[in-house]
Ligand binder design. Structure first.
Ligand SMILES: Nc1ncnc2c1ncn2[C@@H]1O[C@H](COP(=O)(O)OP(=O)(O)O)[C@@H](O)[C@H]1O
Ligand SMILES: [Mg+2]
Length: 285
């Protein structure tokens, strides 16, 4: 079975999706791993940076997204096949990276979330196990699954946590971005004790770090110091600096010939490369 890692933060704009996509590409292209990205965020950013927006619209119209994993349980007739919704060989590098697959998201996940909460008491299945149930047959095909979680701790997000071995909290090292971290750790600990799932914190990833910022320079060592006390295990050694290239390459209409073509030779290439190696070193133990 694969190692499943959720990337989570209640704050948007911290680089969560960018890190999910980059790590997935590095794991597949440099390590030859079979990787599935599960996009649970209704903002669909991971989805539209890994496939063309037109392709996503087509699939969204046909109901081939993660939305239908959930919708299927609200209708009497089970017609959805999660296997068919998984898109093979995605990324804007070489028209797709062998071994990198995507379960795309849908904007309508926002609405289904509320509808689902209302209906969930009457459902024949435990509403926390819907994603896991839908992916049961697909999971053995992968070495790693990366889940881009929505910026909340609602039912859809919890479905992702239920199948995760680890979670990573990407954060900008400033006061606002780190504010919700104890809440995430505590909520996941509670879910863990209520359900017996094996999820563990893999650590915090410092992202969009600014060398010139006194706040960033002051907060980073503090976050490292408080890792055990605050229950997120560690801050990963690799720090992702803020840079224009990281932001520019997420557009799936662009075409790149290689990881270097997309991410350069220095920043952010070597940072994503070292972060990926670091993450793999923890999950392979
Ligand atoms: N290292 C970085 N340096 C500069 N901009 C970045 C970096 N990582 C992400 N961004 C940009 O910041 C914005 C938020 O990033 P994103 O990955 O979408 O965050 P989240 O998923 O946490 O909302 C996007 O416009 C993205 O392109
Ligand atoms: Mg995002």
């Amino acid at each position: 079975m694969p190692t499943v890692i959720s990337l989570i933060n209640l704050k948007g704009g911290v680089g969560k999706t960018t890190l999910t996509v980059a790590m997935a590409e590095f794991m597949a292209a440099e390590h030859g791993l079979r990787v599935l990205v599960v996009d649970l965020d209704p903002q669909t950013n991971a989805t539209v940076s890994l496939i063309h927006e037109q392709e996503w619209r087509r699939r969204n119209m046909r109901g081939q997204t993660v939305l239908n994993v959930f919708l299927d349980h609200l209708s009497k007739y089970r017609i959805f096949s999660p296997q068919e919704a998984i898109i093979r060989k995605v990324s804007n590098i070489q028209g797709g990276i062998e071994g990198l697959d995507l379960l795309p998201s849908s904007i309508d996940l926002i609405e289904v979330h509320d509808e689902f909460l209302r209906a969930s008491a009457a459902l024949p299945v435990n509403p926390l196990h819907i994603l896991g149930g839908a992916l049961r047959e697909s999971l053995p095909d992968y070495d790693i699954v990366l889940i881009d979680c929505p910026p909340d701790l609602g039912l859809i997000c919890q479905n992702g946590l239920m199948i995760s071995n680890y979670y990573i909290i990407p954060t900008i090292p400033d006061i606002l971005s780190t504010y919700g971290i104890p809440q995430i750790v505590n909520r996941i600990e509670r879910l863990k004790s209520e359900t017996g799932i094996p999820i563990q914190p893999l650590g915090l990833v410092i992202s969009k770090f600014r060398e010139q910022s006194n706040t960033h320079k002051a907060q980073t060592p503090l976050l490292r110091l408080n890792a055990h006390r605050d229950g997120y295990q560690r801050v990963l050694e690799t720090v992702i600096p803020e840079g224009t290239r990281a932001a520019a390459v997420m557009d799936s209409t662009l075409n790149f010939t290689s990881l270097h073509d997309k991410y350069g030779y220095d920043n952010p290439y070597r940072h994503y490369q070292s972060l990926t190696e670091e993450v793999l070193s923890y999950v392979r133990k």
